[in-house]
Design a protein around this ligand. Sequence first.
Ligand code: FAD
Length: 473
Amino acid sequence: AIQLCWLRNDLRCTDNQALWHASQQGPVVAVWLISGDTWKAHDDAPVKIDFWLRNLRELGLSLATLNIPLRIIDVGTWSHCAEALLELASQLNAQGLFFNDEYGIHEQARDAEVERKFQHAGLDCRRFTDQLLFAPTSLKTQAGTPFKVFSQFRRQAYAQLHSHLPACLPAPQRQSALPLTSDTPPAQLDDFPAASPLQQQLWPAGEAAAQQRLEQFCHDALMDYHATRDRPDLQGTSQLSPYLVSGILSVRQCLHAALRVNQGEFASGSPGAVAWINELLWREFYKYILVNFPRVSRHRAFRPATEAIPWRNDPAALEAWQQGRTGFPIIDAAMRQLATTGWMHNRLRMLCAMFLSKNLLLDWRSGERWFMRQLIDGDLAANNGGWQWSASTGTDAAPYFRLFNPISQARKFDPQGDFIRQWVSELANTPTVSIHAPQPDSLLKDNDYPAPIIDLASSRERALTAFRELATP
Ligand code: FAD
């Protein structure tokens, strides 16, 4: 009997747990649900939706070579998923539904409802851990509580990997052709403008492109990752995040690629490989936090006490930050990189998030939302985790008194100013000595690069006071 495989953020044939297991039970029909209203409510960026559609087209071609039809249904919102899937199951006389777990509270509620309704209709529903190396409830402290500190989480993660390294699955075998047609993904959806040609070129779709990027990174940059990962002016990181977030690539494939370079070691050997695997575990950790502390999925601070911070209301400052016109070149370069490419370097995400939440003392949630609306790799767990880390409201976050100074950070991590020159055209001809903190009188008269919108020293004091008052009520 036919098995349905409901694809979501797992748009690949190889090492796809649900797809492979479905293929072991009978002929598979893959299904994808368009849910524009929910995506909009979740602030999913148009550039990410475009990436999904482009990847879906590639996936449809790969599935066709395996004789797996792809059905696409527009359900509008997630509240209609269950009925659409049941209807399809009944049309095709399908016996079961296979899908991979997702971890936000809305995703979990959606999936629980689908599971309940399938079981009620007497149909099988099978779910798999696929996005993660470990099911989020499988790691616990000795007291049986969830970890809150990354280093402790990582210690147990290492132990688990030592005793049971998750393997990669192959693509399903080609099945006999079914008398069913496939749907072609739409080129574009209403309300979600297409990505720019530059964005499409920077982020090519398809599993082959993702695998090639992974191989190239492992070959060219992995060994030096620990030394170059903080340098936005170099190609020091993998830029695989969009592929991991949408599941064009699995975390197991990434881990195994790094292990191959590092002779099977994840905690010793090449410092570059160890540092990169460490980042894969941060990804794991933030999804773990999302599941075990669901308040962070509801826009609440991990540390409830920080909800009392007197965030300022300053629309002009927020807009200057969003538009990359703060007068701090590294912040502006980063925000423009985000707007133009849909991606931002990790060091800069931390700098921009700290600048907003500390120096501007604006609610971190306004920055989190802006990032989500722009990022091709927008992911609730990682974005929320990164914001709460930077704003010192999160688990294992930066201590509140450790504020990054955007000028000294720029000098350290973009020493020649090349990254700034690339993104801030007003500073394209500014010499290295002054590029990190240009004095207004050093710029040409018709140059409209803004003066700094705040004073670093006094805004730093303001943030420290706000946090200190929390610490000693
Ligand atoms: P690499 O350095 O090559 O790392 C490999 C992979 O590890 C990444 O692709 C990613 O999957 C994972 N990873 C790396 N760093 C982190 C981290 N700090 N937290 C979680 N996972 C990590 N990452 C997202 O995927 N989506 C987001 O929406 C997101 N928002 C962020 C917001 C803020 C404020 C901050 C500080 C970080 C955010 N990150 C987010 C984490 C990180 O910045 C990106 O994963 C990274 O920049 C992606 O680039 P890369 O693929 O070259 O990473």
